[in-house]
Write a protein that binds this ligand. Structure first.
Ligand SMILES: O=c1ccn([C@@H]2O[C@H](COP(=O)(O)O)[C@@H](O)[C@H]2O)c(=O)[nH]1
Length: 239
């Protein structure tokens, strides 16, 4: 059983402001936060992101990956939106991660309300074969642990990983880093681009702080009912 309750983030991946806003309203009280990513931000713009962030706890998932100066400047520019979580790619390396953390500290004057910086380790859509295809000769587990240790040492507050790596990451890094887990699938609906998947219960029992669920909620006939069912599962797993 996990120590604290695992919380639920709904990924609102859409190019329509009205659709995202409707989902966010219908999921209010059923999810702990919403996540907006590349599709919504590129299609609707940062003003639309800001508007939703004024009404809902926001994880802004733009997965920045560039030279350290550019990533730091990008995060500074995003700071007024005040997400509580935001992402960079761990593969950007320790200097990029340290500069990113420094930029957030500076933008919030070192205060406690700054967004937590998450390093994306190995995308949950990748498996061992996908890693080989990009020239990485390790298993996803080895690569996630390697990148995760480096990223936390460099200043990340937490990691994005799959549920398969949670136990190993907790053994290496303890309970302090926030571990955020997408690639969550409910029984019978895992035929898509996600490769390293697990159920909400499995992720909660392995120690996820947050799970991120997109299509299983947004493509459901009744998104609020699915979100409630996931919350019930999480509550049982942590009781
Ligand atoms: O490794 C990663 C990092 C981020 N994501 C994001 O999470 C959601 C998952 O959505 P589903 O529809 O439940 O697959 C999506 O916004 C991804 O960009 C991820 O899946 N894996």
């Amino acid at each position: 059983m996990s120590a604290a309750r695992t919380r639920l983030i709904a990924a609102l991946d859409t190019a329509s402001y009205d659709q995202a806003s409707q989902w966010a309203s219908m999921l209010e009280g059923k999810v702990d936060a919403i996540k907006l990513g590349l599709e919504f931000t590129y299609a609707c713009g940062l003003d639309a992101v800001r508007t939703l962030s004024e009404r809902h706890a926001l994880f802004l998932d733009l997965k920045l990956h560039d030279i350290p100066n550019t990533v730091a400047a990008g995060l500074k520019a995003l700071a007024p939106i005040r997400p509580f979580l935001t992402t960079i790619h761990a593969l950007g390396g320790p200097e990029m991660i340290a500069r990113a953390r420094g930029a957030l500290e500076e933008a919030f004057n070192g205060g406690p309300d700054r967004p937590k910086l998450l390093a994306v380790t190995v995308l949950t859509s990748m498996n061992e074969q996908s890693l080989t295809e990009v020239g990485i000769d390790s298993t996803p587990l080895e690569e996630v642990v390697r990148l995760g240790k480096m990223a936390i040492q460099a200043g990340a507050d937490g990691l994005v990983c799959s549920a398969h790596e949670l136990t190993a990451l907790r053994e290496e890094l303890g309970h302090k880093p926030e571990l955020i887990v997408p690639g969550i699938r409910l029984v019978g609906n895992n035929v898509d681009d996600q490769k390293r998947v697990m159920s909400p219960t499995q992720a909660a029992e392995a120690g996820a702080d947050w799970i991120v669920v997109g299509r299983p909620i947004t493509r459901a006939e009744d998104p609020a009912a699915v979100a409630q069912a996931i919350q019930d599962e999480l509550k049982t797993a942590s009781s």
